[in-house]
Design a protein around this ligand. Structure first.
Ligand code: ZN
Ligand code: ZN
Length: 424
């Protein structure tokens, strides 16, 4: 990390405080585990920020802050040099550590700071198998997260290679600083009182999700160039935004930034074609100009100008990976989309546009969903998969209609903006 000025250091501190106070809402006496060991790893450049997070955590009364770290470069070396039959090797102790933290009432923070080209030019089969192994092994943690067993949070931190992809004309140091500035803007760290700004933001999003939950639309109809799709919504679906309640009784915000209100689609009710509005990075590979065709909820055809085989692998990870698990609405005027560039990370890019996800649905998006068995959840329309991949479909040319229980429709979004007026 370049040594920036006082203002930068001040923002880094404010960001760390926001992560602990608003994101995780860490309680005095809780343990915190920072999981930097995802499939893509986290570059060691983010260490000064991790130190700030640990400081903020201890100041909030954390009993113990622990980090599991997998460096990007180590992953790349493995993908390049490890024996070709070793893709199923896995550090199961990571999972034991993370699950031990869940069982002991700890909180979990995941940092994303990925070089979008980390694996480019490397053995796609080996990387695909590595990714698949991770998804399978990680599933107990995924399950704990989808039912909000703990207060958890995913955030972004700048790093040179990621920043260089976004701002190729700048030096690596300038690019890294510019990406930090962007992160501070979209997470409201640069506002005079970031915590108050988040309280207002959370209140506004909550009013929309409450309104949509009350509507109980039977389906949403999407229309845009290259898109004509109807997605059914199950009975009892709940729209959620920024603030959620964990099973440990702590209210938390799972993603920063977050601009979406989202719910679960019915796993057997998507029909038509949808064209992505932005490229997607999946397991280190860029997928561009792609569309998915659905019949009775299942992807029956994929096409992409770039990365088609990766897209195919993505929807074939297991049975549920070819069905939808999330529908999310984000206005085209969102501050992230107004920046006018991709971040090459779904955590941020998904908050620039309305999106769908193939794969696992969140139990919390259905009334009483946490208590259902997997079979009951699926019978009610919830999707189950080891995967969950968001892809962006919204643009200023997209209209979305809500289909009411009687079959009539009403506008939800027009040309990418909310068509619903709320009295907040
Ligand atoms: Zn989403
Ligand atoms: Zn998602």
């Amino acid at each position: 990390m370049p040594s920036f000025n006082d203002k930068f250091n001040d923002n880094l501190k404010k960001y760390a405080d926001l992560v602990i106070k608003v994101g995780l809402n860490l309680r005095a006496g809780q343990r915190l585990i920072i999981n930097n060991a995802s499939t893509r790893g986290v570059p060691l450049h983010t260490a000064p920020f991790v130190h700030e997070v640990a400081r903020a955590a201890y100041e909030a009364g954390a009993r113990f802050v622990d980090v599991i770290w997998n460096d990007e470069e180590l992953l790349r070396l493995r993908a390049q040099l490890a024996p070709r039959d070793s893709a199923k090797e896995y550090s199961t102790w990571h999972i034991n550590g993370l699950m031990n933290n869940v069982e002991n009432g700890g909180a979990m923070l995941s940092i994303r700071s990925n070089d979008p080209n980390l694996f480019s030019g490397l053995d796609a089969d080996f990387i695909g198998a590595m990714q698949q192994t991770h998804l399978e092994q990680f599933s107990p943690v995924t399950e704990a997260v989808t039912i909000n067993k703990l207060n958890w949070l995913v955030i972004a931190a700048s790093s040179p290679k990621w920043a260089a992809k976004l701002f190729p004309a700048l030096s690596q140091e300038e690019a890294e600083a510019k990406l930090w500035e962007a992160i501070f803007q979209i997470t409201r760290v640069d506002q005079p009182d970031p915590i108050a700004a988040w309280e207002t933001h959370i209140r506004n999003l909550h009013a929309r999700s409450k309104y949509l939950t009350g509507k109980q639309y039977k389906a949403l109809k999407y229309t845009a160039p290259g898109t004509d799709l109807t997605v059914g919504l199950p009975d009892g679906h709940k729209w959620i935004s920024a603030r959620e309640m964990a099973q440990n009784g702590i209210e938390f915000t799972a993603n920063m930034p977050t601009e979406e209100v989202f719910t679960m689609p019915h796993r057997e009710q998507a029909d038509g074609v949808v064209t992505a509005a932005m490229p997607l990075v999946y397991s280190g590979i860029l997928i561009e100009d792609f569309s998915l065709t659905f019949e009775k909820g299942r992807v029956v055809k994929v096409s992409a100008k770039k990365g088609e085989s990766t897209l195919k692998n993505m929807v074939e990870a297991d049975e549920g990976a070819s069905r939808l698990g999330e529908v999310a609405l984000v206005p085209y005027s969102s501050p992230i989309s107004q920046r006018g560039h991709l971040f090459y990370d779904p955590l941020i890019d998904e908050n620039a546009a309305s999106h769908l996800a193939v794969g696992r649905a969140y139990r919390t998006n259905m009334a009483g969903g946490d208590e259902l068995t997997e079979a009951e959840f699926m019978a009610r329309g919830g999707n189950v998969s080891i995967n969950h991949v968001d892809f962006m479909i919204g643009s200023n040319k997209m209209d979305i209609d809500g289909v009411k229980q009687d079959g009539s429709t009403e506008p939800v979004m027009r040309q990418g903006e909310w068509a619903i007026q709320l009295n907040t």
